[in-house]
Design a protein around this ligand. Structure first.
Ligand SMILES: [Zn+2]
Ligand SMILES: [Zn+2]
Length: 241
């Protein structure tokens, strides 16, 4: 009941309309959603130079790093995409998770990335979660859980990776090395969880990334805890592309 009253008040104060064409009642209408162009060229997530199928990590980078591949669904330069992400992240528009989930799902379907055993959203620190009220990556992961293989939901694990250190938002830090330093040792995978990750193929989910430091750090933790393969999917990556 309270939720419904809350929704009513919010809808009255901030009427919902498509951020692109202005059509009422939806943040992103079906027509505009279909106009988003998916990235058809993917690159290695680490060097961002070598073009690889499905955004797999290139041979050279694979020697040094943990993440096996990163699929970037759409371009951040697509104004519609960046607007939607911004709205999602900072205006607390929880309902936008569905159209954004569709973008991620469609990109996954168009790719040949192998199906995961488990989906893990990038966790927020409890303090930031309280402030924002929802974890935007978690909502995307839950959308995928239901839709990747309808009828056979793939497990979403929300508490396997824990955020144990409160960090500055990566968005506020410009320098790549500083971002790496900021996120280092920010996560923990309890030892008792390692039988859940052992030899598993894991898909990490996040909304938008820049240097990738957070996802790379999580991939490193997962491999340390015995994961077989770790892939990731994001709506967009800020920066060069
Ligand atoms: Zn529209
Ligand atoms: Zn590379």
């Amino acid at each position: 009941m309270f939720d419904r009253i809350n929704d009513f008040i919010l809808d009255t104060l901030f009427p919902v309309s498509c951020i692109s064409c202005g059509k009422d009642d939806e943040w992103i209408c079906e027509k505009c959603l279909n106009k988003i162009s998916f990235k058809n060229i993917q690159v290695c997530p680490y060097c961002e130079k070598r073009i690889t199928p499905n955004g797999y990590t290139c041979f050279e980078c694979k020697k040094k790093y943990s993440l096996d591949g990163l699929l970037v669904a759409a371009s951040y330069k697509d104004k519609f995409v960046s607007q939607a992400i911004h709205l999602y992240k900072y205006r607390f528009a929880e309902k936008i998770s569905e159209p954004l989930g569709k973008i991620v799902l469609e990109s996954l379907r168009q790719s040949e990335m192998p199906l995961p055993d488990m989906i893990i959203p990038i966790p927020l620190h409890p303090r930031r979660l309280r402030w924002r009220g929802f974890n935007q990556s978690e909502l995307l992961a839950e959308y995928l859980e239901q839709k990747i293989t309808p009828g056979f939901p793939i497990e979403v694990s929300n508490n396997l990776i824990r955020r144990i250190r409160y960090t500055e938002p990566q968005m506020k830090i410009k320098n790549k090395l500083q971002r790496e330093k900021n996120i280092k040792n920010a996560f923990e995978i309890p030892r008792k969880s390692s039988d859940k990750t052992k030899n598993k193929r894991i898909l990490l989910v996040d909304d938008v990334i820049t240097t990738g430091a957070t996802i790379f750090e999580c991939a490193k933790m997962l491999k340390k805890s015995g994961a077989g393969e770790v892939f990731a999917i994001v709506i967009a990556r800020q920066g060069n592309n």
